[in-house]
Design a binder for this molecule. Structure first.
Ligand SMILES: NC(=O)c1ccc[n+]([C@@H]2O[C@H](COP(=O)([O-])OP(=O)(O)OC[C@H]3O[C@@H](n4cnc5c(N)ncnc54)[C@H](O)[C@@H]3O)[C@@H](O)[C@H]2O)c1
Length: 439
C-alpha cells in the first residue's frame, strides 16, 4: 500500500494556542482539544460513565489506568487483559486499593495472546488502553478502533513500515467513526515542552538551523530464558531485547525525543544516515548499545540523534534546538526548558512535571469524548515512530535511507505469522552494517 505523506503537525497558530493555554492553566488539558486533530464526523456529547478496559497490565499499563482514574471523574475500570493472569490480578489489586469507587464490582480478566479480543468484544467497554508491548500496538489499536472503542495507545505506535501503515488506517478509521485515539507521547502535554515550542514558533531563537536529541541511559532489564520456554514465550517475556517487539532502544525510548524534534521541525525528516554497535549485550539480545544518527529535515536542517544503553555512562535525555539568534534546551523528565541568547544569557525558563503530563493525556482523552470532539492523534505518533524505524534501518544497514522509502515502499513486517504461545521464532540475531540488507 502506498500513501502520500502530508505533515501531520499543527500549524504555528495552533502551537501558540497549545502552549499559551497550558502555561495559563497548567492543569487544564481540555485546552489541548483546540489544537489536536478532531474527528470529521460529529460525535455525540457523552454524559454517561465511561468504562475502561486495559490491554497490557505491566508497569505502564497499571500506571496509565492509575493516571486516568486519578484525574477523571465518571470513569470506571471494568476489564483487563494481559498475557499473564498474575498481571491481571495485580492490576485489580492495585486499582481496588487506590481507587475503590472507580473499579467494577467484579474482576473481569482475560489472559493469553487472544485475551485482547475479549476486551474488544465486551459491550461494557467504551475506552481501551493499549499498553501492551510495542510490536502489538498496530494490531491492538487498529482492532480496537474497528470494534468501535475509543483508544489510548502507548508509544511507540509501530516498529516497522507495515505497522506504520496499519496505524494510519486506524487513524483514518477513527476519524470516520468519530472515535478518539490519544497517544502516549506525554511530552506533548508537558507545560515546559509546549512552552518551549511556543517560544520557538514566536521567533525566540530566530530561524531553526539544527538540533540535537539524546536518549542516553545506563540500560534496561534482561529477563533470562528459563527451561521449557518456547521461543515465543521467551521473547514475549524478554520483549525489550527483540526488535519485532521493541523496535530497539533508539525507537522504544528515543521516540520521545524524535517526537519532540518532529514537533519542533513541523515535519518529518527527508532521510537518515547513521551508525552504532554493541559491546555489552547478552549474546541472544538483538539490541545495539549505541546509535548515532543524522536526520536530514526539509530546509537543509540536520538533527544529530544519539541513543545509548551502556552501564556506568552518563544519563542524558533531552533536546537542544540551535537557532540563528539563540539556543533552546528542552530537558527530559522534570529538568525544564530554557532559552539562551547568543551572548550566553538565559532569556526564558520554564519547569514542568512529567507526572502531570502523564495524567493530562488521560484528561484530554476523556474530555474530548465527553465534548463530542474526539482527539485523533495516532498519525502524529506513528510519524515519530517511523522516524525511529528510519534511523534504525540507516544504522543497521550503513546506508542512507529516505523517508519516502520507509513510508511508502518498504514492506518490512517484523510481526510473526500465526503467532502462538508455542511458536518457534528463530532470532535473526543482531544487525551488522554491510551485511544487513535494507528491506
Ligand atoms: N510514555 C512513557 O513514558 C512510557 C513509559 C514506560 C513504558 N511505556 C510504554 O508502555 C508499553 C508497555 O511497557 P511497560 O514498561 O509497561 O512493559 P511491561 O513489560 O512492564 O508490561 C507490558 C505488559 O504487556 C503485556 N502484554 C504484552 N503483549 C501482550 C498482548 N499481546 N496482549 C496482552 N498483554 C500483553 C505483558 O504481559 C506485560 O504485562 C511499551 O510500549 C512502553 O514503551 C511508555
Amino acid at each position: 500500500m502506498h500513501r502520500q505523506h502530508a505533515p501531520a503537525n499543527p500549524t504555528r497558530r495552533e502551537f501558540t494556542t497549545v502552549g499559551a493555554s497550558l502555561a495559563a492553566a497548567a492543569t487544564s488539558a481540555a485546552s489541548f482539544t483546540a489544537a489536536m486533530v478532531h474527528s470529521s464526523r460529529a460525535a455525540a456529547q457523552e454524559t454517561r460513565e465511561l468504562r475502561i478496559g486495559v490491554i497490557g497490565c505491566g508497569g505502564r499499563g497499571t500506571g496509565a489506568i492509575n493516571d486516568s482514574l486519578s484525574i477523571n471523574s465518571g470513569v470506571k475500570l471494568v476489564a483487563v487483559a494481559d498475557l499473564y493472569g498474575r498481571n491481571c490480578e495485580r492490576a485489580w489489586k492495585m486499582m481496588r486499593e487506590a481507587h475503590p469507587d472507580k473499579v467494577a464490582a467484579t474482576d473481569t480478566s482475560h489472559d493469553g495472546l487472544d485475551g485482547y479480543k475479549r476486551i474488544l468484544d465486551d459491550p461494557n467497554v467504551d475506552v481501551v488502553h493499549v499498553t501492551s508491548t510495542p510490536g502489538f500496538h498496530p494490531l491492538h489499536a487498529r482492532a480496537a478502533i474497528a470494534a468501535g472503542k475509543h483508544v489510548f495507545v502507548e508509544k511507540p505506535a509501530c516498529v516497522d513500515p507495515v505497522g506504520y501503515r496499519q496505524c494510519l488506517e486506524a487513524h483514518h478509521d477513527a476519524v470516520a467513526k468519530g472515535l478518539a485515539i490519544v497517544a502516549g507521547t506525554q511530552y506533548r502535554r508537558q507545560v515546559n515542552y509546549a512552552g518551549a515550542v511556543d517560544k520557538i514558533r514566536e521567533g525566540a531563537i530566530g530561524d531553526i538551523i539544527a538540533a540535537q536529541a539524546r536518549y542516553c541511559s545506563p540500560g534496561i532489564w534482561y529477563r533470562p530464558r528459563t527451561e521449557g520456554m518456547s521461543d515465543a514465550e521467551y521473547q514475549l517475556n524478554n520483549w525489550y531485547h527483540f526488535v519485532w517487539l521493541s523496535g530497539d532502544q533508539l525507537l522504544e525510548q528515543g521516540v520521545h525525543n524524535l517526537d519532540v524534534i518532529n514537533w519542533v521541525m513541523g515535519d518529518n525528516p527527508v532521510s537518515a544516515y547513521g551508525s552504532g554497535g554493541r559491546f555489552t549485550r547478552p549474546d541472544d539480545s538483538e539490541l545495539w548499545d549505541t546509535f548515532g544518527v543524522d536526520l536530514e529535515y526539509p530546509g537543509d536542517r540536520f538533527v544529530s540523534f544519539q541513543s545509548r544503553h551502556l552501564p556506568n555512562t552518563l544519563s542524558d535525555v533531552g533536546n537542544v534546538i540551535h537557532g540563528s539568534q539563540g539556543t533552546c534546551h528542552i530537558g527530559g523528565g522534570n529538568t525544564g526548558s530554557r532559552i539562551v541568547d547568543r551572548a550566553g544569557k538565559v532569556v526564558w525558563e520554564m519547569k514542568g512535571s512529567i507526572a502531570d503530563a502523564y495524567k493530562q493525556e488521560h484528561k484530554a482523552l476523556i474530555d474530548s469524548i465527553r465534548s463530542g470532539k474526539p482527539i485523533v492523534e495516532l498519525r502524529q505518533m506513528a510519524d515519530s515512530s517511523l522516524v525511529g524505524v528510519l534511523a534504525r534501518l540507516a544504522a543497521y544497514t550503513g546506508q542512507k535511507v529516505t523517508w519516502k522509502f520507509v513510508a511508502e515502499e518498504s514492506q518490512l513486517d517484523l510481526f510473526p505469522k500465526d503467532l502462538t504461545w508455542t511458536s518457534s521464532l528463530p532470532s535473526p540475531g543482531f544487525a551488522v552494517p554491510g551485511k544487513t540488507k535494507l528491506s
